[in-house]
Ligand binder design. Structure first.
Ligand code: SAH
Length: 235
C-alpha cells in the first residue's frame, strides 16, 4: 500500500480521519508509523497529499490531512477486455487500475465461459476492492469505471463504433499482419481477447467497428501479461 486511500466516511472533521480497519493495521504494522510521521494519502476521486499521524493505538489511527497534489494523469484509453476467468480477472483488475486505465469494458465473447459471469469476483464490491488495490499500489485516487457487456454483438454493433470514433482503434490478435504500434499519443480504444482468443467472426466485427488488428510478436501471452505488455508498449 503506497498510498492510504481515504473515503468520505473516514472524516471525523474537516482535516481529520479516523481509521480502524486494515489501513490502520497497515499503518501500524507495516509502516510502523509513529506519532508525527507523515504518510502519503489520497481522497477517493480527489486530490492526494500527506497525513500526519496524530494518534495511533488500539483504537486505530488518527491522521491530520493535507491535500495539495493532483493524481497521476489517466491513460487516454478505453480498454475492452474479454472477461477473463475469475482468478485472472482479480489480478487483471489490479494491474489495469495500477497502470492508469480509467474506462474498462468487460466483454462476453464466444470463448468466454458463460459461468464466469456468475462468479463472486464480478460483484461490484469485489471489482471495486481489486481496483482500489491497484490504486493504492500506483498512488492514484481515480477509480476506473467498469461496464459489463455480456453480449458481444449488440455491444460491438451499437456501442463500440461510438466509443471508437475519433480514437485510434486496436485489437490485439496474434498472427495479425501489422505489429502493435509503440509510444502513441491521443485517445485509444484497445480490445484484448480471452484465453482462447477472438474467433475470426469477432475480429471481423471489431474491424467493422473501427479497430485494427495488430500482433505483439510470435509469443502468445497470457491475458494479464498481454494487458501489461500492450499498455507499456502503447503509452
Ligand atoms: N489462443 C489464442 C491466444 C489467446 S491469448 C490464439 O492463439 O489466438 C489472449 C489474448 O491476449 C489474445 O486474444 C490477444 O488479445 C492477446 N495476445 C496475447 N498474445 C498476443 C500476441 N502475441 N499478439 C497479439 N495479441 C496477443
Amino acid at each position: 500500500m503506497n498510498l492510504i486511500l481515504l473515503y468520505e466516511s473516514d472524516f471525523i472533521s474537516e482535516h481529520k480521519v479516523h481509521l480502524t480497519d486494515h489501513r490502520a493495521q497497515h499503518i501500524q504494522n507495516v509502516h510502523r508509523a509513529a506519532i508525527g510521521d507523515k504518510l502519503k494519502i489520497g481522497r477517493l476521486n480527489q486530490l492526494m497529499g500527506s497525513g500526519l499521524v496524530r494518534q495511533s493505538d488500539a483504537n486505530g489511527v488518527i491522521l491530520e490531512t493535507h491535500f495539495d497534489q493532483e493524481p497521476p494523469t489517466p491513460l487516454p484509453l478505453t480498454l475492452i477486455l474479454a472477461l477473463p476467468r475469475p482468478r485472472m480477472l482479480a489480478r487483471s483488475l489490479q494491474h489495469i487500475s495500477t497502470l492508469g486505465v480509467k474506462r474498462l469494458v468487460l466483454l462476453g465473447t464466444k470463448r468466454v465461459e458463460k459461468s464466469y459471469w456468475m462468479s463472486p469476483e464480478l460483484k461490484p464490491e469485489k471489482i471495486r476492492d481489486n481496483l482500489i488495490l491497484g490504486l493504492e499500489q500506483a498512488r492514484d485516487t481515480l477509480l476506473p469505471e467498469v461496464h459489463l457487456e455480456t453480449q458481444f454483438k449488440p455491444f460491438v454493433e451499437d456501442r463500440l463504433p461510438n466509443i471508437c470514433a475519433g480514437t485510434q482503434g486496436i485489437v490485439a490478435h496474434p498472427g495479425s499482419l501489422e505489429a502493435c504500434p509503440r509510444g502513441i499519443e491521443g485517445e485509444t480504444t484497445l480490445a484484448i481477447g480471452p484465453e482462447g482468443g477472438f474467433i475470426p467472426y469477432e475480429v471481423e466485427k471489431l474491424v467493422e467497428a473501427g479497430l485494427k488488428p495488430v500482433h505483439l510478436g510470435e509469443r502468445i501471452l497470457r491475458v494479464e501479461t498481454a494487458v501489461t505488455a500492450l499498455l507499456a508498449r502503447l503509452f
